[in-house]
Design a protein around this ligand. Structure first.
Ligand SMILES: [Zn+2]
Length: 569
C-alpha cells in the first residue's frame, strides 16, 4: 500500500512538474532591454518594499525582485548593469522648481554655496577677469546669513574687484541684489533717488549714499539697463539647467510657473531630442498666459510621457525674508503685515473656469493670511462648481509653500483635498530669522509637515531652486533632520514636525506623482510603471543623518535609459 502511494504520488508529481514546465515555457518572459542587478532597492511599494534587481523593457519596468529571478529576463542583447550594492529609489521628483532660473544661474555667475565675503569676491573677480571690459556681469545665489559677519555685500566691496564692468548679483531668494558703482551710475541711482513703489534702495545712514544693495521693486532700476539674452542663450540656459538637474538625480521637475516663450522653448528642445528630463509644467495666471492656456487646452504625456502641462500657477503673497509674506497679525520685528499680490476678484472667476475645464491650480502662499485666503477661495470654487460639473472630479489643487499656517487651517488641507507643496530646505534656512519675524507662538504652524500629514493632507517636497540649491540630498536631510546642514536647531523649532525617512522618500516620489495625476505611471518601482530610478552612493534610509548630506547621485535613469552615469567619478 505504502509503495502504491509512493508510486502514485511520484506519477502525480511528474505530471504536475511536466505541466509546470510547459506553463513556465509558455510564460518565459521576453528578454528585457536592460537589467539592473545587485541593488539595494527601496521600491516605495508596500506589497514589495525591498528588492535587488529590476528589468526594463520599452521604457517600463517589467520585473522587480531578486538577482535570481531577473535572470530569466536576460537575453543575448540585454544590457546588464551591476549596481554593486548601491541604493536605488524611485526616480526623484522636485515638486517646486524654476528650471529656467536654475539654468540661468549656470550660464551667469553661480554664487550658491559661497562661504564668506572673500569667497564671494574671489568668484566675482574670476568672472570679471574673463569678461570684456564694459560688459555686464550678472549672477545669483549668494546668501549672507551663511557668512560671518552676516552683512550684505556693498558696492565698495565690488568696486575693488570690478572697476570697469557693471555688476548686478541677486541674492538666492531673488528679493535682494547688490550692484557696483558703475551699475548704479548707468542706472542713474544717486543719494537723491527716492525708493520706488514696493522696493528700497539701501543708503548709508550718515552720507545718504546708496551702498549698492537694492530690494524687490528697486531691482528694475538696474535690470532695465542690462541687455536681454538671445534665444540661443535661453536655450543654453535650459540645457544647462536640465543637465544639472539630472546629475543631481532628479528624474522629473515640476516647474512652478512659466510664460509662453518658455513653453515654446521646451517644446522645441524636446522635439529635437535634446532633453530627457520629465517636466510637469505650470503656466502663470490670472492674466494673458492663463487665458491662452484655458482656451488652447492641456498637454498631457507629450514627447514620450516627458512633458505635461495642466496647471495654472498663482502667486498670492511675497516672501518671509523680505517681510512680503501676508500675515494675519503684524510681523514681530516690524510694523507691517506683508501684502497680498493677487486680487480675489481676478482669482475667483479663473478658479471656477479652471475647475469646470479640469485644470489644476497651484498657488504660492507663504504667510498665514495668504494661506487662509487661498483655502477660502478654493473652498468657494469647490462649492460653486460641484463634482458633477467638473471635467476632473478630484481636482488635486495645491498650495505652494504653505509655510506659515493658522492652526485652524491645518486640518482644512486634508478636508478639502488640497495638496501642501513644501520645501524642507526653507525650514532649515529660515530657522535663523523666522523666530524674530514671527515670534515663538506662530512657529507652531510654521513648516508643519507632520501636522499636515497627520491631518490627512498629501505633502509633497521640492526645493524652489534657484531660491535654494536644488539638491535632493539637502531636501531629504532637511525633511528628516529639521536642522541646519551643520546640525543646528533653534529654540521653538518644533522637532516633532520632522518626518520619518519613509515619509520623506514619499514626498519626493509617489506623492508628487499623485500631485501630478501620475501615480499609476510612476512614483514607485513596480512592474508596469515608467522605469525612472535614482541611484545613490549611500543607504539614505539607514545611515546617520549627517551622512545623508555626503551622499551623491551615482546614476540617473529615465525611462530605462541611463541619462547620467557618475560611477567613474
Ligand atoms: Zn517658487
Amino acid at each position: 500500500m505504502k509503495r502504491f502511494i509512493l508510486l502514485a504520488s511520484l506519477a502525480l508529481f511528474s505530471i504536475v512538474s511536466i505541466s509546470l514546465n510547459r506553463a513556465e515555457a509558455k510564460v518565459a518572459p521576453e528578454p528585457a532591454d536592460s537589467v539592473f542587478i545587485n541593488g539595494n532597492i527601496y521600491t516605495v511599494n508596500e506589497k514589495q518594499p525591498h528588492a535587488e534587481a529590476v528589468a526594463v523593457r520599452d521604457s517600463r519596468i517589467v520585473y522587480v525582485g531578486s538577482n535570481q529571478g531577473v535572470a530569466a529576463y536576460r537575453g543575448p542583447k540585454t544590457i546588464t548593469i551591476d549596481l554593486h550594492g548601491a541604493t536605488v529609489v524611485p526616480g526623484l521628483t522636485d515638486s517646486h522648481y524654476h528650471l529656467m532660473g536654475v539654468g540661468e544661474r549656470e550660464v551667469t555667475l553661480n554664487l550658491e554655496g559661497t562661504t564668506s565675503l572673500e569667497d564671494f569676491l574671489s568668484k566675482v573677480k574670476a568672472r570679471v577677469d574673463k569678461t570684456e571690459s564694459g560688459k555686464w556681469v550678472t549672477g545669483r545665489g549668494w546668501i549672507e546669513t551663511f557668512w560671518s559677519p552676516q552683512a550684505f555685500p556693498t558696492k565698495y566691496d565690488l568696486d575693488k574687484v570690478s572697476p570697469n564692468n557693471p555688476i548686478f548679483l541677486e541674492r538666492a531668494d531673488g528679493h535682494g541684489a547688490v550692484a557696483n558703482s558703475l551699475a548704479l551710475k548707468i542706472a542713474g541711482i544717486t543719494k537723491d533717488t527716492p525708493n520706488p513703489f514696493g522696493g528700497e534702495i539701501l543708503k548709508d545712514k550718515q552720507s545718504g549714499e546708496p551702498v549698492g544693495m537694492l530690494l524687490d521693486g528697486a531691482h528694475e532700476l538696474v535690470t532695465k539697463h542690462i541687455p536681454p539674452g538671445t534665444a540661443a542663450e535661453a536655450e543654453q540656459a535650459l540645457l544647462l539647467g536640465v543637465k544639472r538637474s539630472i546629475e543631481l538625480g532628479w528624474c522629473e521637475i515640476q516647474n512652478a510657473g512659466s510664460v509662453y516663450d518658455d513653453i515654446a522653448l521646451f517644446k522645441k528642445v524636446y522635439g529635437e531630442g535634446k532633453i530627457k528630463l520629465r517636466i510637469y509644467n505650470a503656466v502663470y495666471g490670472p492674466g494673458p498666459n492663463a487665458d491662452r492656456f484655458l482656451s488652447e487646452g492641456q498637454t498631457i504625456g507629450a514627447f514620450d510621457d516627458r512633458f505635461t502641462m495642466r496647471t495654472i500657477k498663482v502667486v498670492s503673497d511675497g516672501a518671509l525674508g523680505s517681510r512680503g509674506a501676508a500675515l494675519i497679525e503684524p510681523y514681530s520685528d516690524a510694523d507691517t503685515s506683508g501684502f497680498l499680490t493677487v486680487k480675489e476678484a481676478d482669482l475667483q472667476p479663473m478658479l471656477e473656469r479652471a475647475l469646470r475645464l479640469g485644470f489644476q491650480v497651484e498657488t504660492h502662499a507663504i504667510g498665514d493670511r495668504a494661506n487662509h485666503m487661498v483655502l477660502d477661495a478654493y473652498e468657494r470654487a469647490f462649492a460653486a462648481v460641484p463634482p458633477a460639473e467638473r471635467k476632473v472630479r478630484e481636482p488635486r489643487w495645491r498650495i505652494e509653500h504653505a509655510q506659515i499656517l493658522a492652526p485652524a487651517d491645518i486640518a482644512r488641507f486634508g478636508k478639502l483635498g488640497v495638496i501642501a507643496s513644501m520645501q524642507p530646505s526653507h525650514a532649515i534656512g529660515d530657522l535663523f530669522f523666522a523666530p524674530s519675524r514671527l515670534g515663538m507662538k506662530r512657529l507652531a504652524g510654521a513648516y508643519a509637515w507632520q501636522s499636515l500629514l497627520k491631518s490627512g493632507a498629501t505633502v509633497i517636497g521640492g526645493s524652489d531652486a534657484p531660491v535654494e540649491r536644488g539638491e535632493p540630498m539637502i531636501e531629504f536631510y532637511a525633511a528628516v533632520a529639521r536642522k541646519s546642514t551643520k546640525g543646528f536647531t533653534g529654540e521653538g523649532w518644533h522637532p516633532e514636525e520632522a518626518v520619518t525617512r519613509e515619509q520623506a522618500l514619499k514626498m519626493f516620489t509617489i506623492s508628487p506623482a499623485y500631485a501630478a495625476f501620475q501615480e499609476k505611471e510612476k512614483g514607485t518601482i513596480e512592474p508596469g510603471k515608467l522605469a525612472d530610478l535614482t541611484i545613490l552612493s549611500n543607504d539614505i534610509m539607514k545611515i546617520p543623518e549627517a551622512e545623508i548630506l555626503k551622499t551623491r547621485c551615482v546614476m540617473t535613469v529615465i525611462g530605462g535609459e541611463v541619462v547620467y552615469d557618475g560611477r567613474a567619478k
